[in-house]
Structure formats: C-alpha cells, structure tokens
Design a protein around this ligand. Sequence first.
Ligand SMILES: Cc1cc2nc3c(=O)[nH]c(=O)nc-3n(C[C@H](O)[C@H](O)[C@H](O)COP(=O)(O)OP(=O)(O)OC[C@H]3O[C@@H](n4cnc5c(N)ncnc54)[C@H](O)[C@@H]3O)c2cc1C
Length: 504
Amino acid sequence: MPQPPAMNRDSGLGAPVDPDVRRELQDNLHPPQWRNPQPASEYGLVVIGAGPAGLGAAKAAAASGVRVALIERDLIGGDCLNYGCEPSKALIRSARAYADMRHARHYGATVPAGIEVDFAAAMARVLQLRAHLSRTKSPRMLQEAGIDLFFGHACFTATDKLEVDGTPLRFRKALIATGAEPDVPAIPGLDGVAYYTNETIFGIAGLPQRMLVIGGGPLGCELAQAFRRFGSSVVIVQDMPLFLPGEERDAAQILSVAFARDGIEVRLNTEVTAIREVDGEIHADLRNDDYLSSVAADAVLVGTGRVPRIHDLGLDAAGVEHDAGRGIHVDDFLCSSNPSIYAAGDACMEYRYTHVASATARIAVANALHGGQERWSGLTIPWCTYTYPEIAHVGLHVREAMEQQIPVSTYTIPLHAVDRAVFDGEDTGFIKIHVADGSDRILGATIVGRHAGEMISQVTQAMVSGVGMRGLARVIHPYPTQSSAIAAAAQAWCREHPVASQHR
Ligand SMILES: Cc1cc2nc3c(=O)[nH]c(=O)nc-3n(C[C@H](O)[C@H](O)[C@H](O)COP(=O)(O)OP(=O)(O)OC[C@H]3O[C@@H](n4cnc5c(N)ncnc54)[C@H](O)[C@@H]3O)c2cc1C
C-alpha cells in the first residue's frame, strides 16, 4: 500500500529556493557526498542523535578532550532546526507581519485594502534562516571540534557496542539523544488522507485555503494561528474543554478569545471521529457530546503530541529499560538501567523543549564523563507557547502547590494596567506570580502577553538565584516597559507585608 505523503519527512529542502541557500542547507545538514570516518577502536562517548541534546553533548565532551562519535540518521540540528522550533518561529514571525498590517489602522496607519499574502516568500525566508542558523552546526564545524560525525541509523548490539548502518562502534559511555516523533492518533480514515505533521508541514507546497488542525497543544495552537494569519480558513479541534491543558485556565481562556478574534473556528470538547477524502476534499466527522457535525478542508495538520523516538535502537541488547510513553528510563542523574548509557532531551524527558534538551545534555555529560552528581530535578524549567498572546510559565502552578500542601498566594497584574502594553496595543494578558505564604519565596509564575517568553526569564532568574518578592520589588525597570509589571506584582506583595519589607 502506498505511504500517504505525510508519512515522509519533508524539511522543505525540495521547495523552490535560491540554489545557494539550498546548497548551504544540504552542506550543513547532511552533505550528499558525505563519507563516514574510519571508526576509532573505542570512543569515550558515542552520541546518538544530532539535535540540540546530541550536538550540545558532543561539543561539550569533545571540548574536554574526550574521543567523541556523533551519529545522525537524518539532518543535523534535529527537530528544532528542521521540523520544530526554528521553522515554526520563523513562520510565525512572517504571519505576525501580515496580522500587523491588517491591524495597522489601530495605530493610525493606513495600508491599502486587500493585502496580498506571499506565502512562498515566507517559506523561502524560513529556509534562509535555517541555512543561516545551520552554520554553527555544520559537519565542518563538528570536525573542527574534534568530533567523528557518522550519518546513518544507530542501533545497539551489546551493552558497549552499536552499529551505524552495519559499521560497528565500541564505546565506554553512550548518550541516547534521539528526540521525539509525532504521536498520530488512530482516527479511522486518517491513514488514507495526506495529512501533515510537524515533520512535513514546513515543506507544504502552498497556502491551503482551508486547514483543519487536530490538537490544541502548543504545536497546534501556534500553527493554527500562523496559518490563519496568512489567510487560510482554520478550524482547530481540541478534545478537551480548553487549549494548552497544562496551563492555567485563565491563560488558556485568553487564547480561545484571541483565536476567535483572529477568525479561527474553535471547536473545544470536540473529537474527530473519522476522516475521508472525497473528490480531492478532506472531510472530518466531529462529535461534541451528542452534537455531530463535519468540516471540509484542503489540508489537515495533526498536532496531537509527540512520543519519544526510541524504536529500532536495540535497547534490549544494550540492557536499557524503556517504554513507549516515557521513552528511556533514566534516574535523576540521567543514567539509564545500563550504567554506561545516559539519555537527554526528548528521548527521556517529560518536558520536551530545546532548552531542556541542552540543559540535560550538559548534565548527562558532566555525570557520565566527569564524575558529576548533578540532578535534573534541580533544574528550574520555564517554557513558552509562541501564540499571540504568548503564554509562558515557570515553576509550580497553584494546583501543584496545593497538591504539595504548600499554602500559596497569587499576585496578578493585568496588562491593561501596564502603560507600555497600552501604548503598544498589546494589553491582552497578565502577569501572575505565585508566592509561598509566610515568606517571599516565589513558587512559580505565568505570564500571558506579547513578550511573555522574554519576560518569564526575569522570574526564572529570581527563582534560580533565590531572590524573593522583596528583591524583585527593588528592581528598577526603565519606563515604559511591559516587564515593569513584574516589579508591580512584587510591590503589591510588599504592600501586603509592610513589616517584612521594612526589616530588609
Ligand atoms: C513544531 C514544533 C515547534 C517547537 N517549538 C519549540 C520552541 O519554540 N521552543 C522549544 O524549546 N522547543 C520547541 N519544540 C521542541 C524541540 O524541537 C525539541 O524539544 C528539541 O528538538 C529536542 O531536542 P533533542 O535533541 O532531544 O531531539 P531532536 O531535536 O528530535 O533530535 C534527535 C535527533 O536524533 C536523530 N535520531 C533518532 N534516532 C536515531 C538513530 N537511531 N540513529 C541516529 N540518529 C537518530 C533524529 O534524526 C534527530 O535528528 C518544538 C517542537 C515542534 C515539533
């Protein structure tokens, strides 16, 4: 049976683009004429996967004088550079330019009616930016760093050996950094239509007139809004009552309103029960409790989550415990059930982000090679969904604090009370800081706003450095800035705790 087109990874390299850009991308991501090196008799570290985790680990280990082999079966840069963060954020930026043009009247600017969207130019920009960003990860740079780069599929054959497409490598330590892949739901008929996932959407040939997005997590939300802003009619279907299930309810609620304002058709609490193609048109049957309906689309994007990519790795031969949901089982030091094999990034972490991949790679290298005793549970991990408004979070949610029986109070500043947000017409959102009762200790924060991803780092830095609300309240922000809302929240805490403030 022929594979539906969406099953083949397409990182956009086939798109019409400046030949120099395509050549640079090919040379930096997977040179067509590449010949693998002659393997060393033994490697101090073999790294499987050249995404953010694998690249970070290989470079750190090589810099400390360890003999390193790095194995990649597809493209250097992994999901982040080729199928994830970087193409999505580049596309989102272009989509925002069109949204800004359409809203120019709000800023006293007049633009001609009927703005023409050049989607091909936006996609070409994505490739140009990827080419630019690939320069620091190219095979030449890796060779110069002293890393032996192998292209091919890695598979363990024993507890201290693996093969790259049949070539044996022996290692003292290995790091599994194989990432994650789309978790495609078993919707009847889906396999029979040319659906997209994150592995194919950035190679899409043109702007679909009508797009159905299945799944309201970060991927579905970011791309639904981007395609809508380019001009597609977008329906987003989420089988839960709100988008971004992990986030605070009012944050997710603001996103639903923002989507509706953008003209996205929002179907919450709704399940896709079947999909079929009729005369070149895709039809999806939907169910919301007893209400049955259907939508027609020209393209379907499946964004229902990702699962660790750990199949065909020979994990049993290596004595590495694993399961399909959690991926590689690691302890707090990122060591697997084989003491010589560690894991990092999406292959083993519940938090599937590039910055977590990089941070866990650093910890795994320190622990595996240099006798470190660093625990990943000690990390303070922020994250952000890059919709408009952005939704960023760090630390505990109130719900989690209560589960841990930590009494908590929340200090909230709405962005409509922040001068700079008002000037900029970006007053949708809020800043919320959760504080442990009886102290000024910051437990966590959620920021919803146009620059939430930038602003959350101030709270993260405070948490990592042990700075509490008293310290945050003393920070002077230039006027006018949106981040002054962080100081305003801290000052609100100080007003409620005047004695404690005076004693400092
Ligand atoms: C659409 C989208 C948007 C995203 N946006 C963001 C964002 O804005 N911010 C953020 O922090 N995160 C984002 N992410 C998540 C981020 O891309 C991942 O968390 C990150 O890439 C994980 O890095 P990694 O090194 O663990 O795995 P990967 O980047 O997936 O790299 C793993 C590599 O291993 C290779 N590999 C797998 N198996 C083998 C094998 N057997 N042999 C050899 N090689 C193998 C793969 O080909 C791949 O290149 C996004 C993800 C998606 C899908």
